[in-house]
Design a protein around this ligand. Structure first.
Ligand code: NAD
Length: 499
């Protein structure tokens, strides 16, 4: 593992955006100051320096934004045809293509993902926009037969649910916001987005760019601020019809409670502690880097990270040895360093949390084979933590049960596949997971046996909107992607017609 030594600056377009004194809320197609006049700092995690200030939105601002969204929902937007919404999504995709580098730099500086990772995410974003553009012209009800006496025709119609509250975490807002924006534009809903206080800037910039390509005022609004103030106000607002939430299980619980005020529809994408199962029949050339990056990508800040790496005992020594060699190729650096494969974690509290789990793991008797320290030198002022590996982990340990959300990989040995399935299922979460085996029947046994929303075989982390991605147990409900995703932005109207 190597580190970088240099200072980095964004290009002109991103610099101009970042130089604003305060980043205002985006309501009704306009920059709007927070009613309190207060602001929040947002920090560059690569340096620990304040990067920008965000307007600190609260209940009154959420109320204003919801009114703008409700007005837009009832306005000319409601008469846009599916073809017009599809054409709009196509323009959004073209805009993203053109402005992607600016957005990459803003995101990298705001939440710390290295530009190499963000640039690689462009293809996924293109697929997402293409998917939602297709969905705009694919909304249909059914004509149904019925058992009514007389001449009654019956059918169902699909209608947009209304105003959507989109509450977004910090670990990937540049792409993450489009799961909501895409569905909103395809379905004819409107939205108020509440990005994380640690990473709001790409969401604010995208809102302005959407305006430039013709998204009508009020269709997409952004209220920045804390979860306690702006997030809670959105989840509890009586005129918000649906919440799309991605974030921690604990916050998910709070949102369920707040949503009871008007029985909101909910989509909850929560935390995970996924098992990545490496069988003795695995191709270790693929499994070692695959399992490693299943944890270390985005510095471990991925909900479906395969942080419990279950390795069959007969290959555990070889796997571990090769894993440590692979880790020597990882390059940790400033998020604008295009040679860095890993950046910092998002904030000081997140760094503290990750390091505290390293202490917990040691205290529980696991053996720290690599890493476990904050990085120093030129990276010392940022929130960099060494990619870390524990061996000798048991599934009873807290490091195997709780979501760390940092670059900490635990190796848990197993003897046979049934034991691996039992360990994988002995978790409160059910988000991702993988099996590495060249024996298809073994792989399918694991796929069928593990209770989780998404399974990968001989790969890790692929997500295509055509297929979807989702969780079960404490990882939430309401899959992203596939027709099921769009369905949650629509409601069904049953129609009876006397002939
Ligand atoms: P978080 O739950 O702390 O915050 C997520 C969002 O909720 C933020 O915008 C925050 O301001 C807001 N929020 C906080 N308290 C709130 C409240 N009381 N009411 C309403 N909103 C509130 O999560 P995070 O730390 O930003 O992100 C990391 C978590 O997100 C991890 O648990 C990770 O697994 C999860 N995550 C899940 C997925 C998925 O698809 N399942 C994807 C990414 C991240």
């Amino acid at each position: 593992m190597t580190t970088t030594r240099q200072s980095y600056a964004p290009h002109e377009q991103a610099r101009r955006f970042l130089s604003r004194e305060v980043h205002q809320l985006w309501i009704g197609g306009q920059q709007t100051p927070a009613s309190s006049g207060e602001k929040l700092p947002t920090v560059n995690p690569s340096t620990g320096e304040v990067l920008a200030h965000l307007a600190a939105g609260g209940r009154a601002d959420v109320d204003l934004a919801v009114r703008a969204a409700r007005g837009a929902f009832a306005g000319p937007w409601s008469a846009w045809s599916p073809y017009e919404r599809q054409a709009l999504l196509t323009r959004v995709a073209a805009m993203l293509d053109e402005r992607f580098e600016e957005l990459v730099e803003i995101e990298a500086l705001d939440m710390g993902a290295p530009v190499s990772r963000l640039r690689n995410s462009k293809a996924a974003l293109n697929r997402m926009l293409a998917f939602f553009a297709g969905q705009a012209t694919n909304i249909s009800g059914e004509t149904l037969s019925n058992g009514m006496p007389g001449q009654i025709a019956t059918m169902t119609l699909k209608a947009p649910v209304g105003v959507v509250g989109g509450i977004i975490p910090w670990n990937g807002p540049l792409n993450g916001q489009f799961w909501i924006i895409g569905a909103v534009l395809a379905s004819g809903c409107t939205a108020v987005l509440k990005p994380s206080e640690d990473a709001s800037l790409s969401v604010l910039r995208v809102a302005e760019l959407l305006d430039e390509v013709g998204v009508p005022p009020g269709v997409i609004n952004v209220v920045t601020g804390t979860g306690e103030a702006a997030g809670h106000a959105l989840a509890a607002h009586p005129d918000v019809d649906r919440i799309a939430f991605t974030g921690s299980t604990e916050t998910g619980r709070r949102i369920i409670e707040a949503s009871t005020v008007n029985i909101k529809k909910l989509q909850l994408e929560l935390g995970g502690k996924s098992a990545d199962i490496v069988c003795s029949s695995a191709d270790l050339d693929a499994a070692v880097p695959g399992a490693a990056m299943g944890v270390f990508a985005n510095s471990g800040q991925i909900c479906y990270a395969g942080t419990r790496v279950l390795v069959q005992r007969s290959v555990v020594d070889e796997f571990t040895e090769r894993l440590l060699v692979f880790m020597d190729t990882l390059r940790v650096g400033h998020s604008l360093d295009s040679t860095a494969s890993l950046g910092p974690v998002v904030s000081q509290p997140q760094l503290d949390k990750v390091l505290s789990y390293v202490d917990i793991g040691r205290g529980e008797g696991a053996e720290l084979l690599r890493g476990g320290e904050r990085m120093g030198g030129e990276l010392g002022s940022g929130y960099f933590v060494q990619p870390s590996v524990f061996s000798g982990v048991t599934n009873r340990m807290r490091i195997a049960r709780e979501e760390i959300f940092g670059p900490v990989l635990s190796i848990l040995p197993f003897d046979d596949v049934d034991e691996a399935i039992a360990i994988a299922n002995d978790s409160d979460f059910g988000l991702g997971g993988a099996v590495w085996s060249q024996d298809l029947s073994t792989a399918l046994r694991v796929v069928n046996g593990v209770h989780t929303g998404t399974m990968w075989v001989n790969c890790y982390g692929y997500v295509d909107p055509l297929v979807g991605f989702g969780g079960t147990k404490l990882s939430g409900y309401g899959a992203k992607g596939s027709g099921a995703h769009m369905d949650t932005y629509l409601y069904t109207k049953c129609v009876y017609i006397q002939m």
